[in-house]
Design a protein around this ligand. Structure first.
Ligand code: ADP
Ligand code: MG
Length: 455
């Protein structure tokens, strides 16, 4: 199969390079970047795998390659921190320098933060001709953003793919997981380089891209070859340029830092070098706070921490006091409830006893009254039999209720033989006194017959 480099007319089109791991994506990407650098273009490489430093050396790793400084990573000429994306962008755009941004030592969050910091200012720049290469592009533009920074970064990447051209930005997205790469970004590319793809999920976005742009014959031809393409073998498809080409990427001119050493073989590392004034860049990048400043910051943090610890300790003590107080109130409430219950029960028992006593007393009174009646009737009968001229008045005089306000039982009960007298009493208006107490009357009545001997 013929080895052909990426056609020069495609170099300024936004593109994507897809394929399984080890299929040759970074390799063809390197070939393309070498062409651009040789052409004097400015290229910035976003490198999460730490392999692009090889650009600095020739293929043998003994001579010089391109003057492309490496920021960050184990081969970095200048170290960078995750918060320095914007500062690095400023320096590189001001100097018009190409660079490798080795983000391999950042975690995913820092990597996204750095990239977002870098891309943000690009919207506000003069028109440039700047190539942006994102290796492992699904890290920068995932189909599902993992957090807020990721979400903003995907928006930024979509902007680069859609509108970057207006600003002179030309992106290249390299991904081994097209299924996880943001569809909104992939759909914007004008050229697709695709290598061996085995997983149906990863074939799907490529087939969708082909279906949207290619005729049926092209589609069938390409689809069936996807799983069987060899290492370094790829299709190039540019609907815009009406180009479909199967071929093999020719050997790169710089050090193949992507190659895995054979078993037992020691890895050969070329020296890292650049013509860049590294010290100037170090100074330009926001310097870390000086020792004195750091100590002062630490002192302020410690002080604030100490005060906070005091507040927290006081709060804990207050909570403990309140809990003790709470427990004692709860115990008191239980006691009050127990007493209330006792009072209710005692009251109930007292009421029961009283009712029983009252019933007993009423029964006793009733019995006494019955006896009294009987004695009265008998003595009255005896008096009549003896023709004793006794009147109800005599009874009234001698009766303990001689108080005229209480109606004598003899009258009200019809025992009077003196009809005229009782008649006269009835016509008179009764004195305004409280009504007689029947229980007291019964009691007096009950007492009287016994205290007065019959006859
Ligand atoms: N066209 C090629 N010619 C020669 N070697 C290649 C070619 N493509 C890939 N390779 C070898 O395969 C290795 C892995 O390729 P690489 O591009 O890093 O894979 P990936 O697709 O994972 O990025 C490279 O380091 C290189 O040694
Ligand atoms: Mg790679």
């Amino acid at each position: 199969m013929t080895a052909t480099p990426p056609p020069p007319e495609l170099l300024d089109d936004p593109d994507a390079i897809v394929g399984a791991s080890g299929a040759g994506k970074s390799y063809i990407g390197r070939r393309k970047v070498e062409q651009l650098l040789a052409d004097g273009r400015q290229v910035i490489l976003f490198d999460p795998t730490g392999v692009w430093y090889g650009l600095q050396s020739d293929a043998a790793g003994t001579g010089r390659g391109f003057d492309v400084p490496v920021f960050g990573g184990p081969h970095g000429n200048v170290p960078v921190r995750p918060d320095q994306g914007a500062a690095v962008a400023d320096i590189l755009l001001a100097e018009g320098k190409s660079a490798v941004l080795d983000l391999s030592q950042f975690d995913e969050g820092d990597l996204r933060g750095f990239a977002l910091g870098f891309l943000g200012p690009l919207r506000h720049r003069e028109r440039v001709n700047l190539h942006l290469v994102f290796d492992e592009a699904e890290e920068f533009a995932p189909q599902t953003a993992p957090d807020d920074t990721g979400f903003q970064l995907v928006r930024q990447m979509t902007w680069v793919a859609k509108r970057g051209r207006v600003f002179g930005l030309v992106p290249t997205f390299i991904t081994q997981r097209p299924a996880d790469f943001a569809k909104a970004v992939l759909s914007q590319v004008q050229t697709l380089y695709f290598h061996q793809l085995i997983a149906p999920a990863d074939q799907a976005p490529v087939k969708a891209y082909l279906r949207a742009n290619a005729d049926k014959a092209t589609l069938q031809q390409v689809e069936s070859s996807l799983p069987e393409l060899g290492r370094g073998e790829r299709w190039i498809y540019s609907p815009r340029r009406k180009l479909l080409q199967r071929g093999r990427t020719p050997a790169i001119a710089t050090f193949d830092s992507m190659a895995t050493p054979a078993p037992g073989e020691a890895r050969r590392e070329p020296p890292t070098r650049t013509d860049l004034d590294v010290e100037k860049i170090r100074t330009a990048l926001a310097p870390a706070p000086a020792e004195g400043e750091r100590a002062e910051t630490q002192r302020i943090i410690d002080e604030a921490g100490g005060a906070l610890a005091d507040v927290l300790a006081a709060r804990d003590r207050r909570i403990a006091d309140l809990e003790t107080e709470n427990a004692s109130i709860r115990r008191e409430l239980i006691e009050v409830d127990r007493m209330r219950q006792l009072a209710v029960e005692t009251g109930q028992r007292a009421t029961d006893a009283l009712s029983r006593t009252a019933i007993f007393a009423a029964e006793q009174l009733d019995a006494v009254a019955q006896n009294g009646w009987r004695s009265l009737v008998e003595s009255d009968a005896a008096r009549r039999a003896d023709k004793t001229p006794a009147t109800s008045a005599d009874v009234a005089e001698e009766a303990p209720w001689s108080d005229t306000s209480s109606a004598p039982l003899s009258r009200t009960a019809g025992f009077s033989s003196d009809a005229s007298r009782s008649q006269g009493r009835r016509t008179r208006a009764p004195p305004h006194r409280p009504p007689p107490n029947p229980t007291a009357s019964i009691a007096r009545w009950a007492y009287w017959p016994r205290s007065r001997p019959p006859g």
